[in-house]
Design a protein around this ligand. Structure first.
Ligand code: FAD
Length: 817
């Protein structure tokens, strides 16, 4: 018989060490002590078993004591708790099923993990308050959910387990609130990145209480009332406590081993404790941060498993160093993926480092893969680096490909990579997976521009501190984008006009430029910098700024009004017995919503429309549409194919089939330019889909949009005939207002629209007519331009200005294009 090696803890670190030891040493006697009833279970999978994604409980149990014995000849003693270590005698005391006993060792390995924190809050022992850490924990939660059918839950703590639990309870149809003491969930992320998660979480109708802790719990008749620090009270049928963990270092401490302030066991580079015969690993140990080399604690499954291999090798004579942890992690947050590695800005500041002096960061918002390939979805990447360009950390949030980008950067960090390396990395590319310039390369390019001074950068939180006496804000987006929100006060010069209108800017003031995500801002910054302006570009553009400044802690009105519990949804679906499916994948706005509006008219009240779309804006459009039209927004979900939305047809009052009194709009279409005509018809179709009665009044050049494309021979004066020949005949012949370039620009635009599945102008006109949009040709302009009714498309009306003005009286918005 070889050496006797005892291992405390039989899950990630303990079971891993045991298996590796056996592979290295066939003679050793190996005994694992586990105080629980299960070894080697999938703790990371527990939340998904609650929600039903992992269906079979047995899938959580990766190993059994019998299987470990059969394959590895390792003795596993479950329900055996190690209660004391006697280093002098080299033996441990164990509380087994039949009482206490002792076991001697040559080598002892400690992998006791950590335990969820349960602070002494009044009422914390209430019967419907749960923590999730072990298989018995999950069994308790699962049977409570199945037996008691809770309709509401409060998750205390917005760490990754809390968020995973919130999502899984939500999937069960339970109305969930998350209470978090900090101003953000998911602490590995900086506040601005966490705000993307807040937006997503609240958009599901989940209530987010940030910067608010728990004062007390009161239990009555199956309900726990949670009183928060600010006095607010919320009640729920169940509470999940997930406020952090503490290392199980008591055993080691009592044995006189060196532990840190938090109770974490101190080990050397070879994972040996202050006793030569005792090793330790996993959540319980203090590790070196891989980048900064300072002592830290990073409780994650990956490090525990890698340490198990190193530690076992070292027990068997090797001298392998554990080189530290960098905290690479990933989590599913509803339909988003959030991943990070290395330091975030908060951690660097806590180390006493200063932004822009000791380190800096960039934000990029790009598509997960080539924009022209279906289901390309936004991915926000933040990369942090020191002033020499060494990468210090990264965070990513998006729908697709986030884990891959963070893993690439995590690897770069392992090899002491720099921003230059990110620029140079040759990464796999084909349209379904990436872009020829991968988001990781792009983050490198942007950071390189900042580091080399080719682009000045400014963060979202610096905007509020700007002094208008020395700075001027410049918005280079298009007018339509500005309608959706802007930073005030800002000068508006669309990027394509910047060269021409540069004189409108004050050269003595610094220009703070912004666009939607930062790309046009960069182009503008380069133009201005080369003309002698001092410029800073807003990182992540207006998109990142808007999200970062919003208060998601308040209930999202839209979400709350519309969120109905999934239980109700299922009930309603069952009652209605009808789910009609619509595929709107590949369609661009307003295509999917028009499709919804059309199909909804065929449904009876209570029936459910299930729509698949790839436009990321569709779920929020669908919510707004549902409110407007009196239908019931049921559910949204991100699937591999795109966004799935369910809407139940409202009762008789549902407005989707008709017009709401006073909810009318008019539009004067004066221009005959292709781009303007498309914009006019997109708005008209969208408004019609929202249940509004739209009247479009076509005058002067706008009449050309309504011309039939075939030549009609009519009696006309020579001037009228000439007009007729010179003007475009119908929607197909229109040209762009800008960049027409002798027709080339128009052709290019038509191709791009076709590639991107944007409906053509002809189709937009037809669907407007089908949706009941009133198209009126101005008879006075027709007369001036020599146009006759026979030349215009069918289904339209003819009227003069008085009738237009009459319509505007009844309308609550009037547009001019
Ligand atoms: P553990 O795996 O917890 O094992 C310790 C074992 O020791 C326990 O079974 C305990 O009962 C036993 N023990 C303690 N004291 C004694 C004693 N005195 N005598 C006998 N036995 C004892 N990490 C990730 O990286 N990604 C994730 O997605 C992720 N998700 C998670 C989800 C949940 C719900 C949980 C609970 C954890 C998750 N983790 C995740 C964390 C990860 O599981 C831990 O970091 C990892 O298991 C740590 O390994 P360990 O060996 O140190 O401790």
């Amino acid at each position: 018989m070889g050496r006797k090696i005892l291992i405390v803890g039989g899950v990630a670190g303990g079971a891993g060490t045991a298996a590796r030891l056996r592979r290295m040493d066939e003679e050793a006697e190996i005994i694992v002590f586990e105080r629980g009833s299960y070894i080697s279970f999938a703790n990371c999978g527990l939340p998904y078993y609650v929600g039903g994604t992992i269906k079979n409980r047995r899938d959580l149990l990766l190993q059994t004591p019998e299987a470990m014995m059969a394959r590895f000849n390792i003795e596993i003693r479950i329900n055996n708790e190690v209660t004391r270590i006697d280093r002098q005698e080299k033996e441990i005391e164990v509380k087994g099923e039949n009482g206490f006993y002792k076991e001697s060792y040559d080598v002892l390995v400690l992998s006791p993990g950590s335990t969820p924190l349960v602070p002494p809050i009044p009422g914390i022992a209430n019967p419907n308050i749960f923590s999730l850490w072990t298989v018995p924990d999950v069994d308790k939660i699962k049977s409570y959910v199945e037996d008691k059918n809770p309709r509401t839950a409060i998750v205390i703590g917005g760490g990754f387990i809390g968020i995973e639990m919130a999502e899984n309870l939500y999937d069960l149809g339970i109305e969930v609130s998350i209470v978090e003491m900090l101003d953000q969930v998911m602490t590995p992320f900086d506040y601005d990145m966490a705000q993307i998660l807040h937006e997503n979480i609240t958009s599901k109708g989940v209530n987010l209480e940030l910067s608010n802790g728990v004062k007390s719990f009161d239990y009555q008749d199956g309900t726990t009332k949670v009183t928060l620090q600010d006095g607010k009270e919320i009640s729920a049928d169940m509470v999940i406590l997930s406020i952090g963990i503490r290392p199980n270092g008591e055993l080691a401490k009592a044995a006189g081993l060196e532990v840190n302030k938090r109770g974490g066991i101190v080990v050397d580079d070879y994972l040996k404790t202050s006793d030569d015969s005792i090793y330790a690993l996993g959540d319980v140990i203090e590790v070196k941060h891989y980048i900064g080399r300072e002592e830290t604690m990073i409780p994650l499954a990956g490090p525990a498993n890698r340490q198990a291999r190193i530690l076992a090798n070292n027990i068997c004579g090797a001298k392998e160093a554990y080189r530290g942890s960098q905290g690479t992690s990933v989590a599913k947050v509803f339909d988003l993926t959030a991943a990070s590695t290395g330091y975030n800005e908060k951690a660097l500041k806590a180390k006493g480092l200063e932004k822009k002096k000791d380190f800096d960061s960039v934000i990029t918002i790009l598509r997960s893969h080539a924009g022209y390939y279906p289901a390309a979805l936004p991915l926000t990447l933040k990369v942090i680096y020191d002033m020499e360009g060494k990468i210090l950390g990264a965070q990513g949030v998006g729908y697709d490909g986030v884990d891959k980008r963070i893993d690439v950067i995590a690897t770069a960090i392992r090899f002491k990579g720099t921003i230059d390396d990110l620029k140079d990395l040759e990464l796999a590319y084909a349209p379904p997976y990436s872009s020829a310039k991968d988001p990781v390369n792009m983050a490198g390019f942007v950071a390189d521009n900042v580091l080399t001074g080719r682009m000045g950068s400014i963060d979202w939180d610096e905007i509020a501190t700007l002094d208008p006496k020395t700075t001027q804000l410049l918005d280079v987006r298009e007018a339509e984008e500005r309608e959706l929100g802007k930073i005030d006060p800002s000068i508006h010069i669309p990027i394509n006009s910047l060269r021409k209108r540069i004189g409108e800017l004050d050269k003595d003031k610094e220009v703070i430029i912004y666009c939607a995500v930062g790309i046009r801002g960069y182009i503008g910054a380069r133009i201005l910098m080369q003309k002698g302006f001092k410029v800073r570009n807003l990182l992540g553009g207006y998109t990142h700024y808007r999200r970062a400044i919003k208060d998601y802690s308040l209930k999202d009105v839209l979400g709350i009004q519309n969120a109905m519990s999934y239980g109700d949804q299922i009930k309603q679906n069952v009652e209605s017995k009808a789910v009609i499916k619509v595929d709107a994948c590949g369609m661009q706005c307003p295509g999917p919503i028009m499709e919804v509006n059309k199909k909804m008219q065929e449904l009876r009240p209570g029936e459910v429309l299930e729509v698949m779309a790839t436009d990321p804006g569709f779920p929020s459009d669908a919510k707004a549409w549902s409110i407007k039209t009196g239908n019931r927004f049921l559910h949204e979900e991100r699937t591999p194919e795109g966004f799935k939305v369910s809407i139940a047809k409202g009762g008789e009052v549902a407005k989707s089939q008709g017009t709401v009194s006073g909810d009318n709009g008019t539009m004067v279409v004066f221009s005959g330019d292709l781009d303007k005509a498309i914009a006019a018809f997109i708005i008209a179709n969208g408004a019609a889909a929202m249940g509004k009665q739209m009247t479009l009044f076509f005058t002067f050049w706008g009449l050309n949009i309504l011309r039939k494309d075939s030549k009609i021979s009519l009696k006309k004066s020579p001037i009228e005939r000439m007009f007729g020949m010179m003007m475009p005949r119908g929607a197909k012949k229109l040209t762009l207002s800008k960049m027409n370039m002798g027709g080339m620009g128009t052709k290019m635009m038509q191709k791009v629209m076709k590639d991107k599945n944007v409906t053509s102008l002809e189709d937009l006109v037809n669907s407007a007519l089908e949706s009941g949009v009133k198209i009126v040709a101005c008879t006075m302009s027709m007369d001036i331009m020599g146009l006759q009714k026979e030349e215009l498309i069918d289904g339209i009306e003819y009227a003069g200005v008085a009738s237009y003005l009459g319509e505007t009286d009844a309308a609550n918005f009037n547009l001019f294009v």
